[in-house]
Design a protein around this ligand. Structure first.
Ligand code: BES
Ligand code: ZN
Length: 702
C-alpha cells in the first residue's frame, strides 16, 4: 500500500466503477484505504471523498459513488482500491486495528514464527504425481458457465452452494472433514469453508483460499471470471481431491476457503479473517490462490513480496520449489513480483496479523489482461489444459503437506521463537564466519535474517571458532553478542550448553569465540542463532532496540575416527579403473578418502600428519562445498548447489572415468542445473573448479 503513482490512482478510480454497478449500494459508502491514495483522491476530486480519520498509513473514508463513472476512464482496469466497510464505526475500528497489530508484530518476541522445515518428501512426492491438470481445466469451464458470479447475482450464490456439494462429494466417507457455507453481513453471497481436522494439533490451522466471485466492467451479467478466479478455486479443488485420494490426514487442521465478494473490497474474506482473529484461531499460515492459469511471463510462479506478506513464508515457498521442483516432470521456475496494494483476500488475513503469501500466475504487469471483462474466458488462456494452474496445485500441496505435518517433538515447540533488532540503521551484523559459512550481509528486514540455507558441518568434540564482524553505518557503538546452537534439536535455545558463546559490549571488530560441540549433541541439521545487540548481551527470544539477529544451519556429525599419525600408510592412490567397495580407503591429492555406502568418497584425513591440522582446518567441511541430487541420477537434470560463497563463480565440470571433460557449466549463482540426458549409464565425476582449486564428487548414472 506504500507505493503510489498516477496511473495507479487511475486504477483506484476504476475500482470505484465496479461499485457503481452494485446498484444495491447507497450513494455514499464507508471504506478504508491507504492515506496517500485518500489524499490524492481528495486533492483531485474534493467532492468524492471525505477523510474521516487517519491513523498513520491508513485512512477511514467515505466515498461518493455517483462520481465514480466520471473517474473511471483513466488507465488500468484494476489496482489499489478501497476496502469496503459497513459503517463509520467499522471503518475507524479497521484502521485502528491495523496499527495495533503492527505494534504487536514489532514486539514479536511474543509471537512465534512457524518453523518451516522440509520433512515430508515421501508424501509430497506422492501427491505431485497425482495432480491432474485436466480436472482443473474442466472445473474452470464449469465455473465460467455460470455466466456471472458477481456477488449480488443468484448464480453467485448457486456457485457457492454447488462448490459446497462438490467438496462434500470429494470428502465423502471422511468423518474428519466438514464443509460449511458462511453467510455474510455485507453480501448475499455465502463463502465456503472445508475443514480437515488435524490428528495431533487440531488447534493450529493451515489455510489456503481464493475468491469464487467475479466481476466485469462490461456489465455484471457477463462476468465469466475464468482466470479471476475460477482458476484459483479449481486449483484448490484439485489439491483437495489429491489429498483425499491419498487418504491424507494432516496433523494440523487444514482449511480450504472460497470467498464471496472479493471483487467489491475483500468483503467475504474480511468478515472471516476478523471472525477467526476474534475467536483467537491460530492460523499458522495462509496462502492465497487468485489467478493461476495465465502464463504471461517466462517463469511460472511469482511470489508477491508486498510488505504485508510474510518474508519467512515467502522464503519457505521458494525453498519448497528449490527442493521439489528444480527439475523433471514437476519443474517450476519462479521469480518475485508485487501487487503494491492489498490486491486479494490474503490481505484480509495479513491485516489480522496472520502470516500470508500470494503466489501469482505471472509478473503483476504481465498477468491476464482480460480480467474484469466479459473476455476473461478459458478460450484466452495462452496455454492449453490448465497445465499452468497445475503448477500452483503442486506448490499448494507442498505448502499444505509440509506445514500441516511439519515436525515438532512431543510437547516441544513446533517452531523457533522469534528474535530481532528493531533498528538496524546504526549497526547490524556484517559478516558471520564458521567453517564453510562465510556470510556477508546487509541489514535483514525487520532486524532479522533467515540464513538457514547457509550451513556448515561441525563434528562432535571438535573445536570451532565463530567470527562475527559488526557493521556500523556511522559512529562506532559498543556491541554485545550471543550465539546459540539447538544441540538437542528441540526447537529452542534453552537447554544447558546451547548458549555456545557470548561477549559483553565492546567496540572490538571482528569478534571471535571458540566452542566445542558436546558429545551428547544430536546428529543432523540444527539451527544456530547469532545475535548482536547494542550495549547488552541479548537473550535468544528477545526483540531488542538496536542490532540484528541471524539464523543459520549447522550439521552435527560424529567425529572423524582416524587418528593415526600416518593415516595414509595402508592406502594406495585412487585408481579410476578399480571397483571399490564400501569402506575401502584411497589417497587422492594428499588426502585419505573412504568409500561410503552411497558410493561416494568421504575425505577423512590428510596424509601428511605434520600439516594435518592446518590442512584439515582449511578443508574443514570440504564435503559440504557442493551437493547435488539426485545421485544416482534419475531423470534428465541434476541440481548442483554450491554451499560456499567463495566458490560460487567457479565452474562445474562433468568428467568421465577416463578424465575427459564432457561439459563445463559456468556458475553465476550458487545453484546450477546439469543436463545429463546425453550421458550413458556409468560413473562420472562432478568437479567444482575455481582458479587453481577444485573439488570432486562422484556421480552415478543408472
Ligand atoms: N485477482 C485480482 C487481483 C490480481 C490482479 C492479482 C492481477 C494478480 C494479478 C483481484 O480479484 C482483484 O481484482 N482485486 C482488486 C482489489 C480489491 C481490493 C477489490 C483489484 O485489483 O482491483
Ligand atoms: Zn479481480
Amino acid at each position: 500500500m506504500k507505493k503510489l503513482n498516477s496511473f495507479i490512482l487511475g486504477a483506484l478510480f476504476s475500482t470505484l466503477t465496479i461499485c457503481t454497478q452494485a446498484q444495491e449500494r447507497s450513494e455514499m459508502f464507508y471504506a478504508t484505504m491507504d492515506t496517500h491514495s485518500a489524499l490524492q483522491l481528495k486533492k483531485n476530486h474534493p467532492k468524492d471523498v471525505l477523510i474521516i480519520k487517519t491513523v498513520g498509513d491508513y485512512s477511514a473514508v467515505m466515498l461518493n459513488e455517483s462520481s465514480a463513472e466520471e473517474l473511471h476512464h483513466t488507465g488500468l482496469k484494476h489496482g489499489p482500491g478501497y476496502f469496503y466497510e459497513n459503517s463509520e464505526k467499522d471503518a475507524i475500528h479497521a484502521i485502528e486495528q491495523v496499527i495495533a497489530i503492527k505494534k504487536e508484530k514489532s514486539k514479536s518476541s511474543s509471537i512465534k514464527a512457524v518453523s518451516f522445515d522440509i520433512t515430508q518428501d515421501q508424501l509430497v512426492n506422492q501427491s505431485l504425481g497425482l495432480v491432474n491438470n485436466t480436472n482443473i481445466d474442466r472445473h474452470i469451464k464449469e465455473l465460467e458457465n455460470y455466466g456471472t458470479r458477481y456477488h449480488t447475482k443468484s448464480s453467485a450464490t448457486r456457485a457457492s452452494k454447488d462448490l459446497k456439494t462438490k467438496w462434500e462429494n470429494l470428502a465423502r466417507g471422511r468423518s474428519d472433514v466438514s464443509v460449511r457455507l458462511v453467510n455474510h453481513s455485507n453480501t448475499s453471497m455465502p463463502s465456503v469453508i472445508m475443514t480437515i481436522t488435524g490428528t495431533e494439533k487440531p488447534d493450529e490451522y493451515v489455510v489456503i483460499g481464493g475468491h469464487l466471485d467475479s466481476t466485469s466492467r462490461n456489465g455484471q451479467d457477463n462476468a465469466p471470471g475464468a482466470d479471476d478466479n475460477a482458476s484459483g478455486i479449481a486449483t484448490i479443488t484439485e489439491v483437495a481431491r489429491v489429498l483425499f485420494s491419498m487418504n491424507f490426514k494432516p496433523k494440523r487442521t487444514m482449511e480450504f476457503m472460497a470467498f464471496a465478494a472479493e471483487e467489491v473490497g475483500l468483503v467475504g474474506s474480511k468478515e472471516i479473517a476478523r471472525d477467526y482473529k476474534r475467536r483467537n484461531v491460530k492460523i499458522v499460515s495462509y496462502m492465497q490462490l487468485d489467478m493461476t492459469n495465465y502464463k504471461g511471463s517466462t517463469q511460472d510462479v511469482f511470489i508477491t513480496t508486498d510488505s504485508y506478506n510474510s518474508t519467512s513464508l515467502n522464503n519457505f515457498l521458494k525453498r519448497l520449489m528449490d527442493h521439489y521442483n528444480a527439475s523433471g516432470a514437476h519443474r517450476i521456475t519462479y521469480g518475485n513480483s508485487a501487487c503494491n496494494y492489498g490486491c486479494s483476500d490474503h490481505h484480509s488475513f495479513a491485516q489480522q496479523g496472520y502470516e500470508t503469501a500470494f503466489p501469482i500466475e505471472a509478473k503483476f504487469r504481465e498477468s491476464n489482461p482480460h480480467i474484469h471483462t466479459s473476455g476473461d474466458t478459458s478460450s484466452r488462456f495462452p496455454t492449453a489444459n490448465a497445465t499452468h494452474a497445475a503448477k500452483f496445485a503442486k506448490l499448494a500441496l507442498e505448502y499444505l503437506i509440509e506445514i500441516s505435518n511439519g515436525v515438532s517433538g512431543g510437547g516441544n515447540p513446533s517452531s523457533y521463537c522469534a528474535s530481532n533488532g528493531n533498528t538496524t540503521s546504526d549497526e547490524y551484523i556484517g559478516k558471520v564466519a564458521l567453517g564453510t559459512i562465510n556470510k556477508m550481509s546487509t541489514a535483514g528486514s525487520g532486524g532479522y535474517s533467515d540464513f538457514t540455507d547457509e550451513s556448515t558441518n561441525l563434528s562432535k568434540g571438535g573445536s570451532n571458532t565463530i567470527t562475527i564482524t559488526p557493521k556500523w553505518t556511522g559512529s562506532t557503538y559498543n556491541e554485545a553478542y550471543a550465539v546459540w546452537i539447538d544441540y538437542n534439536q528441540d526447537k529452542d535455545f534453552a537447554d544447558a550448553g546451547e548458549l555456545i558463546w557470548s561477549k559483553a559490549p565492546s567496540a572490538t571488530t571482528p569478534v571471535s569465540g571458540a566452542f566445542t560441540v558436546p558429545s551428547g549433541a544430536k546428529n543432523g541439521n540444527t539451527r544456530m542463532r547469532v545475535a548482536m545487540k547494542y550495549n547488552g548481551i541479548p537473550t535468544a527470544c528477545e526483540s531488542f532496540k538496536y542490532g540484528e539477529v541471524e539464523d543459520y544451519t549447522v550439521v552435527i556429525s560424529a567425529r572423524n575416527s582416524v587418528v593415526d599419525s600416518t593415516p595414509c600408510k595402508n592406502a594406495t592412490s585412487y585408481n579410476s579403473s578399480v571397483r571399490y567397495k564400501t569402506g575401502d580407503l584411497a589417497t587422492h591429492k594428499g588426502g585419505l578418502f573412504k568409500r561410503t555406502s552411497a558410493n561416494e568418497w568421504e575425505r577423512i584425513a590428510s596424509c601428511d600428519a605434520a600439516v594435518r591440522n592446518t590442512t584439515m582446518s582449511t578443508l574443514a567441511g570440504d564435503d559440504m562445498l557442493f551437493d547435488f541430487y539426485p545421485n544416482p541420477v534419475v531423470g534428465e537434470f541434476v541440481t548442483v548447489t554450491v554451499r560456499n560463497d567463495l566458490w560460487k563463480t567457479g565452474s562445474i565440470l562433468v568428467i568421465d572415468v577416463k578424465g575427459n571433460i564432457l561439459q563445463e557449466i559456468k556458475l553465476t549463482q550458487k545453484t546450477a542445473q546439469v543436463n545429463t540426458s546425453k550421458l550413458s549409464t556409468g560413473t562420472y565425476f562432478l568437479t567444482l573448479f575455481e582458479g587453481a582449486k577444485n573439488y570432486t564428487k562422484q556421480m552415478i548414472i543408472k
